[in-house]
Design a protein around this ligand. Structure first.
Ligand code: NAP
Length: 253
């Protein structure tokens, strides 16, 4: 067994994309992984892939923006897995529009998933972590936090996650709980594919538009984020907390 040695790791929004990459990596590192996502079937399918590859995982249907849904999922995890050691707040949505066309519903939906969701899951998970005097929380921010045309809601939510991360690091540090955030740049997932479609562009043309701005001259893959999560939840990063780590193939600001 590798470093995580049976610790229970919850990854939200983990049925696909970056979350699925993180779930696979943490299972490879030896964690018992809870794949949480809106659809229990989709979460179970990703968990089944992890199990087929030799890992330990289960899939739960859970809406991060819904207090009752988070509470009942945490109860299930406590009953079946004994608690939570590691939490990765990854679930995310985009509802892009220029400010003058942005609806209140689109603003609220984005805040609900990213900010309310990270708050609800972190508040629930820290109960176990503080009691155990050990825990790791990794939040998914974004380089969009530094300003992104057409994403006032998303940029505000992802910037909010950065302040949330630093505050939790201050509050939970004395209890052995480290809290950090990753701000990915362009990562190839259904989220970025949906952005290409929304702009009426073919995927290859969309990628070609961004490549000149990325010093590494490639777009990121979910594994690029999962590698950094693996570091942040392990012992080698035990003196790293309250940090925002850009993972974007270059400096961003
Ligand atoms: P993705 O492919 O769209 O996957 C997001 C997952 O989150 C989906 O499985 C989705 O489920 C789930 N989800 C959405 N709303 C949820 C809710 N209320 N409760 C639980 N799960 C929910 O996105 P991704 O690209 O992997 O992004 C993962 C995270 O990284 C997000 O926080 C995103 O903002 C952040 N990020 C991504 C990029 C990028 O370039 N891709 C860059 C910076 C930051 P459904 O399929 O059922 O909707």
């Amino acid at each position: 067994m590798s470093e995580l040695n049976g610790k229970v790791a919850v990854v939200t929004g983990a049925a696909r994309g970056i979350g699925a990459g993180i779930a696979r990596r943490l299972a490879d590192d030896g964690a018992r992984v809870v794949v949480a996502d809106l659809s229990e079937d989709a979460a179970a399918a990703t968990a089944a892939e992890i199990v087929a590859a030799g890992g330990e995982a289960t899939g739960f249907g859970s809406d991060v923006s819904d207090e009752a849904s988070v509470a009942s999922t945490v109860e299930r995890i406590a009953a079946e897995w004994g608690g939570i050691d590691i939490l990765v707040n990854n679930a995310g949505i985009i509802m892009d529009n220029l400010l003058f066309k942005m609806s209140v519903a689109d603003w609220d939906a984005v805040m609900g998933v990213h900010l309310r969701g990270s708050f609800l899951w972190s508040r629930a998970a820290q109960t176990f972590m503080v009691e155990r005097k050990w825990g790791r929380i990794v939040n998914l921010s974004s380089t969009s936090a530094y300003g992104s045309r057409g994403q006032a809601n998303y940029a505000a939510a992802k910037a909010g996650i950065q302040g949330f991360t630093k505050t939790l690091a201050i509050e939970l540090g004395p209890f052995g709980v480290n809290v950090n955030a990753i701000a990915p740049g362009f990562i190839a997932t259904e989220m970025t594919r949906a952005s290409a479609t929304r702009m009426g562009m073919e995927w290859d043309d969309y990628v070609a538009l961004y490549l000149p701005q990325i010093p590494a001259r490639r777009v990121g893959e979910p594994a690029d984020i999962a590698n950094v999560v693996s570091f942040l939840v392990g012992e080698d990063s035990s003196y790293v907390t309250g940090q925002i780590i850009d993972v974007a193939g270059g400096p961003v600001h």
